[in-house]
Design a protein around this ligand. Structure first.
Ligand SMILES: [Zn+2]
Length: 301
């Protein structure tokens, strides 16, 4: 690539909170593309941000989503209905075309907060959805974007590579700007410890210059961050397992996890506001449920 494409971080101001959930606008030789759509609830903010960068939404013909969780792909159907092509992991494609099952699964996690958190999720016309497979190179707007299958947080997850930078979705966990504090999002039902560790090894081997987790913005110490995430994914899983083994109930484990999180956060210097941002990006009870489910499934084998 002769000229480095411009990359813009779009702050979706999720739940009225800055720097929690991003979408990325990349300007290719033939126009802008979008990586991540955010949920339906932040669509208007997303469109405003795109216009602030001098583009009209109808100029965006290609939309890539790292995975189908609602904070990443909730508005994908809207974009598809406007005529944009959506690129999504082959396992996730059918859930964008018919979101009913995905919404039911999210409903089990978020209950009556579904509407206020996520807004509307529209179905994508099938011909507007391109299934993506490991190592595919997507030719979009004059850019070559390579997909790396990166399960562990979710089975239907890709990291998108552009030159020596990568859009990491949730595969490199969350890290909010200004803090050296990764946080592991492990929602049910697809968290898998060893699979995620293998993904982190795969990402480490790429030696990216910079990565962009969806929560939130660029991380420049890529190797240090990925190593820290790898350690933390295991520590988190082991912490929850130890509470399960001690006979604590789910609600007791949530409290223990919140206390553990707060202790680590304070040690890293986080303010109360920052702790609140992290909890908005990634509700703590959700990771408890995801990791408990993972250990329970393993015991059934
Ligand atoms: Zn996710």
């Amino acid at each position: 690539m002769i000229n480095k494409p411009e990359i813009h971080v779009l702050d979706l101001n999720f739940q009225g909170m800055p720097e929690v959930t991003a979408a990325y606008l990349i300007v290719g030789p033939e126009g802008p593309i979008l990586i991540e759509t955010g949920p339906g609830s932040t669509l208007n903010t997303l469109l405003e941000r795109i216009r602030e960068h001098g583009f009209q939404p109808e100029q965006i013909k290609h939309v890539l989503v790292t995975h189908i969780h609602l904070d990443h792909a909730g508005a994908a159907g809207w974009w598809a209905q406007q005529g944009a092509q959506i690129y999504v992991h082959s396992f996730g494609a059918k859930h964008l075309i018919d979101p009913e099952k995905l919404l039911a699964s999210a409903g089990r996690i978020y209950g009556d907060k579904m509407e206020s958190l996520w807004g509307e999720m529209l179905p994508a016309p099938a011909d507007k959805v391109t299934e993506v497979f490991d190592n595919d190179v997507l030719e979009v707007a004059g850019l070559n974007v390579k997909a790396l299958e990166t399960p562990g947080h979710a089975r239907h997850h890709h990291v998108f590579v552009l030159g020596n930078v990568a859009f990491a979705g949730d595969a490199a966990a969350a890290q909010l700007p200004g803090w050296d504090f990764p946080d592991v999002p492990a929602p049910p039902p697809e968290f898998e410890l060893e699979v995620w560790e293998a993904t982190l090894d795969r990402l480490l081997a790429q030696k990216f210059e910079r990565i962009y987790p969806t929560h939130f913005g660029p991380v420049d110490d890529v190797q240090g961050h990925l190593q820290a995430v790898k350690k933390l994914v295991r520590e988190t899983a082991v912490f929850i397992k130890s509470k399960m083994d001690a006979g604590l109930s789910r609600d007791e484990i949530v409290v223990a996890y919140e206390n553990w999180f707060a202790k680590r956060a304070r040690a890293a210097g986080l303010t109360d506001a920052a702790i609140n941002q992290y909890a908005t990006a990634n509700p703590l009870y959700m990771s408890v449920d995801g990791i408990m489910r993972y250990w329970q499934k393993r015991e059934q084998v």
